[in-house]
Write a protein that binds this ligand. Structure first.
Ligand code: 13P
Length: 251
């Protein structure tokens, strides 16, 4: 059985004290529950150590939101996979649409970040997804295929088996317009097909594919009920502990 995951991407939100309050409430609420999925928290980098301490106690995993494409050295302001791994951070998001859009990250840059993570025994949560006009022009499958090919398909089978894919249609991120369960299932099924064609059916079957984009406490269960939707990458709703816990309990 492949892993089910609910991950909360906090983006650039919360003071240190607010972040500590948020993680402590989430950890406390989840502590009392039997979970059918893994829970990953993705705080801003400056809070990783504090969040890790809470996470370790309560069995949650931690992800960075970004990682450098470079090894260690003279890259002021960057954070390397080597550093993250030395702090026992298990995952990093790679290629979130906000980074692709605002920081001009290309598939080629992202392929390097993926390599850095894997070389340092970390797992990428690799984000893909089309813009609204690309869906309207009916090229959304081509876009997703290109992102998979250029960002991930240089990996060998062993390497790829450490990757989590997150399908986040850009038109759904932070807009309140969620993909329909049918749209999500259709694209997740297509992504799994691409993986089986590139690698094997078995690897495709084992790959966790998350949905992200206006996923909330009300719609999570109908999204997660789909065969190929293995959980969610949650933005806004992950900042509200009760909503996030409800989403985690949606399987
Ligand atoms: P929202 O859940 O706020 O739409 O954000 C999704 C997202 O970008 C998660 O990475």
């Amino acid at each position: 059985m492949r892993k089910k995951i609910v991950a909360g991407n906090w983006k650039m939100n919360k003071s240190f004290q607010e972040a500590e309050e948020l993680i402590s409430v989430i950890a406390e609420e989840l502590d009392e529950k039997e979970l059918d999925c893994d829970v990953v928290v993705c705080p801003p980098a400056v809070y990783l150590e504090m969040i890790s301490d809470y996470a370790e106690e309560s069995g949650l995993s931690v992800a960075a939101q970004n990682v450098s494409a470079h090894d260690n050295g003279a890259y002021t302001g960057e954070i390397s996979a080597y550093m993250l791994n030395s702090m026992n951070i298990e995952y990093s998001i790679v290629g979130h649409s906000e980074r692709r859009t605002y920081f001009n990250e290309t598939n080629a840059d992202l392929a390097k970040k993926v390599d850095m993570l894997l070389e340092n025994n970390m797992k990428p949560i690799f984000c893909i997804g089309e813009l609204l006009d690309q869906r309207e022009e009916n090229v959304h499958f081509d876009i997703v295929k290109q992102q998979m090919e250029e960002g991930l398909f240089h990996l060998n089978e062993d390497e790829f088996s450490n990757v989590v894919v997150a399908y986040e249609p850009v038109w759904a991120i932070g807009t309140g317009v969620v993909a329909t369960p049918e749209q999500a299932q259709e694209m997740h099924n297509y992504i799994r097909l691409l993986i089986s064609e590139k690698y094997t059916n078995e690897i495709a079957d084992q790959t966790t594919i998350l949905y992200g984009g206006s996923c909330n406490a009300q719609n999570a269960a109908t999204l997660f009920a789909n065969e190929d939707v293995d959980g969610g990458l949650i933005g806004g709703a992950s900042l509200k502990p009760d909503d996030f816990v409800k989403i985690v309990m949606s399987f």
